[in-house]
Design a protein. Structure first.
Ligand code: SF4
Ligand code: URA
Length: 194
């Protein structure tokens, strides 16, 4: 049932030209993870070059770093998560997707959330956070907090975390460093979903 809804939706996206990004994509990037077993949805920003080539989210440098953190927190990317982005097509030069592009793509995102119906949603980075949370607050101030937000007709626990591309620039593992905080946030999420 879930699989059918998601595969119909994916077919729709494959033919979608609702925004400019449809003109330059090579592949839509629909999702990764397991719709049957996922306990949380992780929402990133947008596909990059490697994702556009392969059709899978978070497979480039940022994706590899995300995988390392997930492993350390004992979250299974393949079983515990369903991974998506705010838009399904790559923005040229990896720019941030515009509000108009996010709005054009939002119905697909909401349908994925309603179909998976997770209790927990992870906003991975500021773009995902801003899509669902309208108060102006820096990701560094709000990361790790559990926000109760109504998304897709349900109140869900939503947790903002740093985006792995940001962590590529900060290597320290010292207490309170971005990487230290990322691991702490993911461990907190592990406790929420286990
Ligand atoms: Fe359609 Fe979303 Fe791709 Fe825009 S980004 S063309 S709305 S699938
Ligand atoms: N960054 C994202 O936000 N999403 C991806 O899929 C890849 C990199």
């Amino acid at each position: 049932m879930k699989e059918q809804i998601l595969s119909d939706l994916k077919n729709k996206c494959q033919n979608c030209m609702k925004c400019e990004l449809g003109k330059t994509r090579n592949n839509i990037v629909f999702s990764d993870g397991n719709p049957k077993t996922a306990k949380a949805i992780l929402i990133g920003e947008a596909p990059g070059e490697n994702e556009d080539k392969t059709g899978t989210p978070f497979v480039g440098r940022a994706g590899k770093l995300l995988n390392e953190f997930l492993e350390k927190a004992e979250i299974s990317r393949a079983e515990d998560l369903y991974i998506i982005n705010t838009v399904k097509c790559r923005p040229p030069q990896n720019r941030v997707p515009s509000d108009a592009e996010k709005a054009a793509c939002e119905s697909y995102l909401l349908k994925q959330i309603e179909t998976i119906n997770p209790e927990v949603i992870i906003f991975c980075g500021a773009t995902a956070l801003k899509s669902f949370y309208d108060k102006k607050v820096a990701i560094s101030k709000i990361r790790g907090e559990v926000l109760e937000l109504e998304i897709g007709g349900q109140i869900r626990k939503c947790i903002p975390i740093f985006h792995p591309s940001y962590l590529l620039r900060y290597h320290s593992l010292e207490e309170g460093s971005p990487r230290d905080l990322m691991l702490k946030d993911l461990k907190k999420i592990k406790n929420l979903i286990k």
